[in-house]
Design a binder for this molecule. Structure first.
Ligand code: ADP
Ligand code: MG
Length: 463
């Protein structure tokens, strides 16, 4: 039955693409992207099915862990074969890079997943089970759990989780929503970012029909999760709408959870009456994790990816990536990816290279981080604005300049540069680099040329 469905539906696919699809449905997305997306199948004259993989390390790993699944896929897709072998094939680095970028793009399209019949929209991985507890987040986690278990009837209403970027605020908000839905502790759940809230409200102003659904959506909510409320900064009209909904829900003992990248008191242009209502709730911060928690986060992630990494590499990455969890996991992804395409496999040297960027030659001592710092400094903005998801004018040009300089002065790929800039897509990096290149060639852009050469001058001193 399954085989029939697969073969008929997959008429447009090559036999191996059909097998890949079969496998993709049965392993975690990250495992598929790391180990299967870049593979190929070659049928030999003697009927032997030869799966081509990037290197010997990947061949051994796939053979040891996935032979059964691949045989199953070949059978389901009606590929006849006499034997199954795995063959390392060295590919041009450019091809590997392109495939990695395709894999990342597919990943971007996969999340978040809507949970059927509800208004909540959640990332499948952001649950309490995958969240690692440490000193830096214990209090926020306890409050989040209490809220998820008994929304509206606990001492944390509204709950406001604040802290720097990449420290787990979105993860916790989503985990609350997941739990409340899965355990049916509440009726209607809405998770929304402040940016989406703002867009929906703007849409409502233009389209009267949307007005009914806009208010209905929020007024009927039993658990409202709003992410990144710092985005409401200086937006008076939006704040008024938010306040209206906020008050109504609290009066009815509905649960509200908010996140912000700073203490709400310090959000610029936030109305005094909103601040005072927030002060009546429970404000809890998340701090950057210590080295033990960073190790635990890496171990948990590695386990969920189904990989085994040397402890010394995990320890090295944990000790040298301090700023936030997103960056930590970004380095881990790069490590798994780079190591699986290297003949030496998972060595400490690759971890060192990724953390320090100290490879060879003068220019290559420059890291993405150093470039971002220099650009932020030159434009007088915070480094975190370069990775923040804001289209504010003061950040977009410096961000594009920083991406351009990273591409020019480091060996990083568009994919990994995108990860460092708040997990942006590689196509965003490509577009930014092209734009700056075009502007630098434009006679009318003398100011930009001066700025870029001033930054490059500073970087030269650093390297
Ligand atoms: P924020 O919203 O604070 O900017 P996120 O919630 O998006 O940060 O977290 C960034 C990444 O780090 C996500 O992939 C998230 O799953 C992960 N993360 C953060 N804190 C933890 C933790 N304590 N345990 C496991 N993963 C974490
Ligand atoms: Mg977030």
């Amino acid at each position: 039955m399954l085989a029939t469905a697969l073969t008929s539906e997959s008429a447009q696919l090559t036999p191996w693409q059909a097998c890949q699809r079969y496998i993709e449905e049965r392993v975690p997305a990250s495992t598929f992207d790391t180990w299967f997306r870049t593979t190929e199948l070659v049928m030999r004259d003697d009927g032997c099915a030869c799966v081509q993989v990037p290197n010997k390390f990947a061949a051994d790993l796939i053979e040891a862990n996935f032979t059964g699944l691949i045989r199953e896929a070949l059978a389901a897709c009606r590929v006849n074969f006499s034997a199954l072998v795995f063959e390392p094939v060295v590919r041009e680095w450019a091809v590997v890079e392109q495939l990695a970028e395709q894999a990342a793009e597919v990943k971007h399209r996969q999340v978040p997943q809507a949970v059927s019949g509800k208004t909540g929209c959640f990332y499948p991985d952001y649950t309490f089970d995958t969240f690692v507890e440490g000193d830096s987040n214990a209090m926020a986690l306890t409050a989040a759990r209490s809220v998820a278990e008994a929304p509206g009837s606990n001492q944390f209403n509204p709950l406001i989780i604040y802290g720097g970027t990449g420290l787990g605020k979105t993860h916790l908000l989503q985990a609350i929503g997941h739990y409340a839905q899965a355990e049916c502790t509440v009726g209607q759940v809405v998770y929304i970012t402040s940016e989406e809230f703002t867009n929906e409200y703007t849409q409502f102003l233009h389209d009267k029909k949307a007005s009914v659904s806009f208010y209905k959506k929020f007024m009927d909510t039993d658990l409202l999760l709003i992410d990144d409320i710092q985005f409401f900064s200086d937006k008076g009209k939006i704040q008024e709408q938010f306040y209206l909904i906020f008050n109504k829900l609290l009066q009815e003992n509905k649960q509200i959870v908010l996140s912000s990248d700073c203490l709400p008191d310090s959000i610029q242009g936030l109305m005094a009456h909103i601040i005072s209502r927030f002060q009546g709730g429970f404000n809890v911060d998340i701090l950057p994790p210590n080295v033990e928690t960073r190790m635990a986060i890496l171990r948990k992630k590695v386990e969920s990816e189904g990989c085994t990494l040397p402890d010394e590499a995990i320890q090295y990455i944990a000790e040298h990536t301090k700023s936030n969890v997103r960056e930590l996991l970004g380095i881990l992804t790069k490590y798994i990816f780079s190591a699986s395409f290297s003949d030496t496999g998972f060595t400490l040297d690759i971890a060192k290279e990724l953390c320090g960027g100290a490879i060879t030659g003068k220019e290559e001592r420059l890291t993405v981080k150093r470039i971002m710092e220099a650009v932020a400094d030159a434009y007088g903005i915070g480094v975190n604005q370069l990775s923040a998801h804001t289209r504010k004018k003061e950040a977009t040009l410096p961000r594009a300049v920083a991406m351009y300089l990273c591409k020019k002065w480091t060996r990083q790929t568009n994919l990994t540069i995108g990860l460092d800039f708040g997990g942006r897509n590689h196509s965003t990096v490509i577009a930014a680099v092209k734009k700056i290149e075009a502007d630098l060639a434009d006679d009318g852009q003398a100011e930009l040329r001066t700025k870029v050469s001033e930054i490059e001058g500073r970087l030269r001193k650093l390297s």
